[in-house]
Write a protein that binds this ligand. Structure first.
Ligand code: NAD
Length: 257
């Protein structure tokens, strides 16, 4: 039986990179994104070309109704779900000093980056327990995509940092809770990755990477780097390491002298 993987925000960027690697590994794929299907049609075709059966769910992860409807769709189409990757996330619309940043931006980021994945995990984890109890051979796995911002303070986007620190604790909580079912929960913590999210700050990061020497590996990360790490976890290659943080940051956090 093929594994089914739900990846949020998989219409482009890191999420799409993860989806392609899981499809290459033989998973069927549920792509969740906020756009009309036509906008992500090329991405869906790309996954089908890799041999995956693909279901598209247009859902905003910050909406409890949309999350519930998505799980109904997945149950109807596949009947089971093995892998959840909480990847959908947003940066603040405008970077703003924490002495001035707005509650509106804070609420938006917490809703999409933390509350949405936290409660999506709650619903999926409950379903995974049911699947495990019905079939002891069931294999499940949950992966949260956080950021180096979970521990690295950027006072110009405190809301983003707090949302990522929160998802980091969510990983620990669900790892602790799901251990008795042998369902591992991991966090992948990316560094600076070339996607639409970082397009607006390309010059700043080019300068930091190539002139400022902030990375041990002097290059941008690419979605494929995260995709490979997620595929390793989803395959079960780190099966006895629940709760671990996998750094995919080009050595940003390596202390150097
Ligand atoms: P991106 O903006 O290129 O892609 C994000 C995708 O998520 C888009 O397809 C978008 O439509 C979708 N999305 C946004 N809000 C959504 C919502 N409410 N519901 C469902 N889907 C939604 O961004 P990316 O760089 O690929 O980032 C993916 C994840 O990786 C995010 O959680 C981000 O915080 C994290 N991350 C990115 C970087 C980086 O440097 N790019 C670094 C660390 C962590």
């Amino acid at each position: 039986m093929k594994k089914v993987a739900l990846i949020t925000g998989a219409g482009r960027g890191i999420g799409y990179g993860i989806a392609t690697h899981l499809a290459q590994d033989g998973c069927d794929i549920v792509v969740c994104d906020i756009h009309e299907e036509a906008v992500v049609a090329e991405a869906l075709r790309g996954l089908e070309d890799l041999g995956a059966e693909v279901l598209y769910c247009r859902a905003d992860v910050s909406s409890s109704e949309a999350r519930a409807a998505m799980l109904v769709q997945i149950k109807a189409r596949f009947g089971w779900l093995n892998i959840l990757v909480n990847n959908a996330g947003v940066a603040p619309k405008m970077r703003a000093d924490i002495l001035e940043a707005t509650e509106e931006s804070f609420d938006r980021l917490i809703g999409i980056n933390l509350k949405g994945p936290y409660f999506l995990t709650q619903a999926v984890a409950g379903w995974m327990v049911e699947q495990k109890e019905a079939d002891a051979a069931f294999r499940g796995c949950i992966i949260n995509i956080s950021s180096i911002s979970a521990t690295v303070a950027s006072p110009s986007r405190g809301d983003y940092c707090i949302s990522k620190a929160g998802i980091s604790m969510a990983t620990q909580l669900y790892a602790a809770r799901m251990g008795e079912y042998d369902i591992p929960v991991y966090e992948i913590r990316p560094g600076i990755i070339k996607t639409d999210m970082t397009a607006a700050v390309t010059e700043k990061y080019d300068a930091l990477i190539f002139d400022g020497d902030i990375l041990a590996q002097s290059r941008w990360g690419v979605p494929e780097d995260i995709g490979k790490a997620a595929a390793m976890l989803a395959r079960g290659d780190l099966a006895y390491s629940t709760g671990q943080v996998i750094m995919v940051d080009g050595g940003f956090t390596v202390q150097r002298l």
